[in-house]
Design a binder for this molecule. Structure first.
Ligand code: M6R
Length: 614
């Protein structure tokens, strides 16, 4: 996380940096700062909190940087040290001549700090980043060359980093490097841009070069020089980015989250185009590069993901096992990477990620690939680091998701799993054609049914108002909707800070039932099908402990009126596709509760959209 930007050219640098940081706000918003070459010195401006606070600081100093055309900027998601002005980037060496911004984590910062302090480095912050500023400055004293100093310093650093560096003794230069964190160079006419991600530069140029690990790039207004860790000059792979600048607008909605929830019917329709032509034709999924023979003989799949993407993966497991009879293991990426995993060339590994940059998932994918597994990536960012690792790439095409709480990307991931599972089932001949036909017909109907939910949200709003005062919330479900319970609870936690937990309903009696009393809302995701009656009994058990019972259901069953205090109704849907319908009211419920509580819906505290630290 954190976002970094840099610019060298002839335009007013501060405007470019601030606009770039604005595009990267999804990566963090704990503090922001810029460093600008202002004549004979580098000026640093910082502010705690969101970017708008930095903009207010800059207005007061406008005269100092009107002619400035070189600088770097940073938006922070705090790892080491509280989100204060002192800990905000850019960080400098003792005399302020060398200035850096950093995204990542320096794992050996304590050891480095102790050594640097012995040499006379004066630390002002609690960050891991400041050690890098002092370290490069000491290297610079010896080498008198910024590029060499950066290269030598990084040899002593353990961890992940993307770094942009400037020095007052080399006024017309920016140096940047990276390891296990994203960084790209935008190439313009007589100007260069540096950024953690495409949206920060796309307005200015579509020509860009992604840096690989341990490469160092030196930028002047005239040219860019790319070198490897030994200082050898490397060829430059400048590519044309497949992106158009998009004006991110809320389109009249109060928050991006609400807009993105409403985009879901069209997101599904877009995914189905070209893949699901008609109920009688096979699914087309040319993105899967495994041969039919390999797919037929596949007997094991691992799906790796984090957060909301992990919940989509859990539904993926359920349907792949159900449709294809292949055993699927699911794992949180952060757990996968620190144990001896049993993965080999016969295992298909699926990585799921909205951003395609999540550090834990990226590392896990690289780990699995190193053991010979085929990596199939399901992501909303076909230009991401994870996509570049993919042997097969399924872009979910949900469009840019701005709100930190994932909604449309989740639904898009789940739909992609349905298509993948049906595609494999057709190749394996593991599902009878009548079931496949009716699944396809139902899937085509889903967008319309979601539109029905979105067209009348009054019950959900009322429910949100009624339960917004609660401290805790329990979601229960069984079978294919257990991940829906987890995702519903995650949405509520993320944006309202209510302590919400999802349970498989059968587990309630093994412990969580002890928490139930008249203050506890229990929301039962009661979709008709194989586990309906079981879940009804579990709901009765909760009711018997005086819990405040809410049902989310597609059932017309009259006895629900006695059992539940509040009922949210959704359209008829088959059990196997019900997660696509059940999730929508839960996203809305979380949204309206957060909105009712006056929370910062699109940028909830402590979170970032793209988590690029392990
Ligand atoms: O970009 P990814 O899908 O890999 O991100 C994984 C999680 O960080 C993400 O889903 C997170 O849980 C969201 N805030 C969910 O709303």
């Amino acid at each position: 996380m954190c976002g970094i930007v840099g610019y060298i050219g002839n335009q007013s640098v501060v405007d470019i940096l601030i606009d770039g940081l604005h595009q990267l706000e999804y990566r963090g918003y704990d503090s922001a700062g810029v460093a600008v070459q202002c004549g004979e010195k580098i000026n640093v401006y910082k502010a705690e909190g969101k970017l708008e606070n930095l903009s207010s600081v800059l207005i007061q100093h406008k005269k100092e940087f009107t002619a400035a055309t070189l600088g770097i900027g940073h938006i922070r998601w705090a790892t080491h040290g509280a989100p204060t002005v002192l800990n905000a980037h850019p960080h400098t060496c003792n005399c302020g001549s060398l200035v850096i911004v950093h995204n990542g984590i320096i794992e050996n910062f304590k050891e480095l700090r102790a050594e640097l302090e012995k040499k006379g480095a004066k630390f002002r912050s609690q960050t891991d980043t400041e050690v890098v500023a002092h370290l490069i400055a000491y290297k610079y004293e010896e080498l008198k060359d910024l590029t060499k100093a950066v290269r030598e310093a990084t040899k002593e650093i353990d961890g992940a980093y993307a770094l942009c560096v400037m020095h007052n003794d080399e006024k017309d230069k920016l140096v940047a490097t990276k390891r296990n964190a994203p960084l790209l160079v935008g190439v313009g006419e007589g100007e260069f841009f540096l950024a953690s991600d495409v949206p920060a530069i796309i307005k200015h140029t579509k020509r860009a070069m992604y840096l690989n690990d341990n490469q160092v790039v030196t930028l002047t207004r005239e040219k860019m020089v790319l070198t490897d860790a030994e200082g050898n000059i490397l060829p430059q792979k400048v590519e044309t980015l497949p992106w158009e600048p998009v004006a991110l607008s809320k389109m009249g909605y109060k928050h991006f989250m609400l807009k993105e929830i409403h985009e879901q019917p069209d997101v599904i329709r877009n995914i189905l185009v070209g893949k699901l032509h008609s109920v009688d034709e096979p699914i087309v999924l040319n993105e899967v590069k495994l041969t039919k023979e390999t797919l037929k003989n596949l007997n094991r799949i691992q799906i790796i993901a984090c957060g909301t993407s992990l919940h989509a993966a859990m539904i993926g497991k359920y349907i792949i096992e159900n449709f294809c009879g292949i055993s699927v293991d699911i794992e949180a990426s952060s757990e996968y990477i620190y144990r001896k995993t049993v993965t080999d060339e016969k295992t298909l590994v699926i990585g799921v990620s909205q951003s395609g940059e999540t550090a834990d998932t990226l590392t896990a994918i690289k780990q699995a690939k190193a053991k010979g597994s085929h990596a199939l990536i399901i992501t909303n960012r076909p230009d991401s680091a994870m996509a570049r690792e993919a042997d097969s790439l399924i872009p979910v095409s949900a469009g840019i998701e701005v709100s930190v709480a994932a909604t449309k990307s989740y639904i898009a991931q789940v739909v992609s799993f349905y298509l993948l599972a049906m595609y494999m089932a057709e190749i394996k001949n593991s599902l009878d054609s009548a079931t496949l036909t009716s699944l396809k017909a139902d899937l085509i109907q889903i967008p319309q049914k979601i539109e029905q939910i979105l067209s009348d949200k009054n019950d959900i709003k009322e429910c949100a108002k009624k339960y917004s005062g609660t401290r805790d919330f329990i979601y229960i479900a069984r079978g294919i909707n257990y991940p829906t319970a987890l995702e519903g609870a995650l949405k509520l936690k993320e944006i309202s800070y209510i302590n919400a937990t999802g349970y498989p309903a059968g587990e309630l009696k093994h412990g969580p039932i002890a928490m139930l009393d008249e203050s506890m809302p229990v929301l039962s995701i009661l979709m008709t099908g194989s586990v309906y009656e079981k879940l009804l009994s579990n709901s009765e058990e909760a009711k018997a402990r005086n819990a405040r019972m809410i049902a989310l259901t597609n059932s017309k069953d009259a006895k629900l009126n006695d059992l539940f205090d509040f009922i949210i109704r959704v359209p008829e849907v088959s059990e196997l596709l019900s997660p696509l319908i059940a999730m929508i009211p839960l996203q809305l419920l979380a949204y309206y509760i957060a909105e009712y509580l006056g929370k910062d819906v699109d940028q909830p505290r402590n979170l970032a959209k793209s988590v690029t630290v392990e």
